[in-house]
Design a protein around this ligand. Structure first.
Ligand code: ADP
Ligand code: NA
Length: 330
């Protein structure tokens, strides 16, 4: 009885992952290793759909891999690889582009949002076909499930449509993936503006906690998080968004229930909550940063891990691509 297969990817577009990336996605990557056959990739092909600096991209790709390893992605249990090291992603993407309607791709809201910001002449064709490359990422591995947040639902729907369409046209080739809704995944909000999600593109630098930032600075950000004029430490996302966000982070980092925290802090103030959470955060990031450093300081070892991951990925991806090429008449 074999395990269901999961694929997920993350872009190397920041110097550090932030608390939202970890608690909203990467923590589940680590946990899924217990129950699923896991394929995880640093999607550097996706990262060049917008203007980028080559040196920075190379560095961020390595740092992303090092952070994934430091967070608990185990290269013996997961296939961890860098997308550009597996040429089948780009190869399958082309075939799938030829199965995708121009209008169909044009309806992707993420592209429309990004193109509206950049202007259609500056937005690349790669940005337009980004969701098709994402479909290739998933379908190459015959993934049964893809962990998805709300923002990726439309893209997964396109992936499913493309898989079904290809199977109907050319014969059964792809597994049609299901969304994997992860339960205990947390949505983390900006510490300075809890109405918006914590994001690398946040305008207020104090609203985001980067895992690789100086722990003292991160602790200070937690201690100066925006709350409200009340005193009660209760979860109320609508009226006490700041406090609720701190409770969410606290609960996630300690694996405690929010109700348990509300009880524990019934007679305490916001200052106590922030001070304790700041300490918990420092205890989490300090050993994490040491582990990241050990990978960054040993580039040969990191290269070896990634080369082995790419090799394992290619065992699956090359078999899928071969049947796709055969199916379309190559
Ligand atoms: P950003 O929003 O900083 O650009 P990405 O879009 O690269 O981050 O997100 C990478 C992963 O982290 C995605 O799975 C996304 O859903 C998750 N994620 C990002 N920000 C948050 C957040 N504030 N709370 C929960 N999950 C998040
Ligand atoms: Na984003």
């Amino acid at each position: 009885h074999s395990k269901l297969r999961v694929l997920s990817g993350i872009q190397p577009t920041a110097d550090s992952f932030h608390l939202g990336n970890y608690l909203g996605a990467l923590r589940q990557w680590v946990r899924l290793q217990d129950t699923h056959e896991t394929f995880y990739c640093v999607v550097d092909l996706h990262a060049i759909t917008v203007e980028h600096d080559p040196k920075l991209l190379r560095e961020r790709t390595r740092r992303s891999a090092a952070q994934l390893l430091a967070l608990g992605v185990d290269p013996d249990r997961s296939t961890l690889f860098v997308q550009s090291q597996v040429p089948e992603h780009a190869q399958l993407s082309w075939v799938l582009e030829c199965q995708t309607g121009f209008g169909e791709a044009g309806r992707m809201t993420q592209f429309k949002d990004k193109a509206a910001k950049q202007g259609t002449d500056r937005a690349s064709v790669g940005l337009f076909t980004y969701p098709v490359l994402q479909a290739a990422d998933i379908l190459l591995y015959q993934a049964n499930a893809v962990p998805v947040g709300e923002d990726q639902r439309q893209h997964l729907e396109l992936t499913r449509d493309l898989a079904q369409r290809f199977n109907n046209r050319y014969g059964r080739t792809f597994t049609v993936p299901e969304p994997h809704i992860v339960k205990d995944t947390a949505k983390i909000y900006d510490l300075q503006d809890p109405a918006i999600k914590m994001s690398k593109s946040a305008s207020a630098v104090n609203g985001i906690v980067e895992l690789l930032d100086d722990p003292k600075r991160s602790a200070k950000k937690i201690r100066s998080a925006v709350t409200d004029t009340g005193r009660e430490i209760v979860f109320d996302a609508e009226n006490k968004a700041g406090v609720s966000n701190l409770l969410t982070i606290y609960a996630a980092l300690t694996d405690r229930a929010i109700a348990d925290l509300e009880n524990a802090y019934a007679d305490k103030g916001y200052g106590d909550l922030k001070k304790d959470l700041a300490e918990i955060l420092v205890e989490f990031v300090t050993p994490f940063q040491e582990r990241v450093r050990s990978y960054v300081d040993d580039p040969a070892e990191l290269d070896k891990v990634l080369a082995r991951g790419a090799e394992r990925a290619r065992e699956v991806s090359s078999a899928t691509l071969a049947s796709v090429y055969d199916a379309v008449g190559f």
